[in-house]
Ligand binder design. Structure first.
Ligand code: NAD
Ligand code: GLY
Length: 359
């Protein structure tokens, strides 16, 4: 079963192909789409061991000349140094403007490889082959690429769209459960700010999702990607609407930054951030206590954390000041209106606003 949808961006529109057991069809799909025959297959040590050979074979069988690029595994390697190491290989191997990059892995590999593609020779084509739930429902779609800076997450980057997103949900079978549930945080995010019906669907299908039933996974990923495609199609560079995809990220990024990018998975930090955002919404009368409880219960179904780790409030405030959504030094947060809708709100006195969260 293969499903296809489109990210509608005019002449830069691209397909998202979602299937089960379709990884070996990647080479044929890319050849049919006329993708560059000279490619770097960027992945990491973990994903390479699982899927590198199958993907390389599929590419070579379809006439691609492949240079494998294997990165160390971990968010701590999402740095400009790692991007430099990719440039080194591309330059040594005489890649030119007609060459391409294939990113095979989770969000970390996708963000790094996408940024290398965006910047090498001022931009070469790339394809996303996401292998974590988080990357299949969120990071591979929409063209946000980049790396972290020691002072903050994803501060260095570019908007640069891939030519294709190719998803095989069967890759999730090797994913540790903790990574799966981190991806579910981003899935739940779409329900919270955009689609109440999808939120209820997730509640209803939670057990079948956790059992990785292919049909249910494909439906879930397809709906999540369709929501993201619609939002990105309307606001590619986050002039307004796209910011709602950062629901839970204001405090989530602060959690990641303060805990040093190692302790919490990105999706776990987002889960914590979403519950705090929902509590902020409740404080402003945008949602009920019961709805905050419903969100908490669904996050907990997937064993996601919801409590803010105990760093001093001042440290959270400093980290939140660096959030990319802020304008003229004023903190801007995405809040939920009930379940299924959103409001972007300025918090003019964050210290007073967040104090009760830390008492
Ligand atoms: P990740 O890329 O670190 O992957 C998680 C772990 O799973 C890694 O150890 C990885 O090697 C391993 N892995 C990947 N696929 C596997 C598989 N099929 N089987 C077994 N192991 C596998 O983490 P992630 O959660 O995918 O991505 C998080 C990153 O994505 C963060 O850096 C975050 O900032 C970024 N992100 C970007 C966007 C965007 O729009 N660009 C959106 C959301 C998140
Ligand atoms: N993950 C947020 C975005 O792509 O805009």
């Amino acid at each position: 079963m293969i499903d296809k949808l489109t990210v509608p961006l005019g002449e830069r529109s691209y397909p998202i192909i979602i299937g089960s057991g379709n990884l070996q069809a990647l080479g044929g799909e890319l050849a049919a789409a006329g993708f560059s025959p000279r490619v770097a297959l960027v992945t990491n040590t973990t994903v390479s061991a699982l899927y590198g050979a199958e993907v390389e074979k599929s590419l070579r069988n379809n006439g691609f000349k492949v240079t494998p690029v294997c990165l160390p595994d971990g968010e701590e390697y999402k740095t400009t140094e790692t991007v430099n190491s990719i440039y080194d290989i591309l330059i040594r191997e005489e890649f030119d403007r007609t060459s391409g990059i294939i990113a095979l892995g989770g969000g970390v590999v996708g963000d790094i490889a996408g940024f290398a593609a965006a910047t090498f020779l001022r931009g070469i084509s790339y394809v996303q082959v996401p292998t974590t739930l988080l990357s299949q429902v969120d990071s591979s779609v929409g063209g946000k690429t980049g790396v972290n800076h020691p002072l903050g997450k994803n501060l260095i980057g570019a908007f640069y769209q891939p030519c294709m997103v190719f998803i095989d949900v069967d890759t999730l079978k090797t994913l540790p459960y903790r990574e799966f549930s981190a991806g579910m945080a981003e899935v739940i995010k779409y329900g919270m700010v955009w689609d109440e019906k999808f939120f209820s669907w997730i509640q209803e299908h939670r057990k079948r999702l956790a059992c990785l039933e292919s049909k249910v996974l494909i439906s879930c990923i397809k709906r999540a990607c369709a929501i993201k495609a619609e939002i990105v199609g309307a606001d590619e560079k986050e002039a307004g609407l796209r910011a709602i995809l950062n629901f839970g990220h204001t405090l989530g990024h602060a959690v990641e930054n303060l805990s040093g990018y190692g302790e919490f998975r990105h999706g776990e930090a987002v889960a914590i951030g979403m519950l705090s955002a929902a509590q902020a919404s409740q404080k402003l009368g945008l949602c009920s206590k019961e709805q905050v409880g419903i969100l908490k219960a669904l996050l907990e179904c997937f064993h996601l954390p919801t409590g803010l780790p105990s760093f001093p409030m001042e440290e959270y405030l400093i980290a939140m000041k660096r959030d990319k959504k802020n304008r003229k030094g004023i903190l801007r947060m995405v809040l939920n209106k009930g379940i299924g809708s959103y409001k972007i709100t300025e918090i003019s006195d964050p210290e007073a606003f967040f104090k009760p969260f830390f008492d």
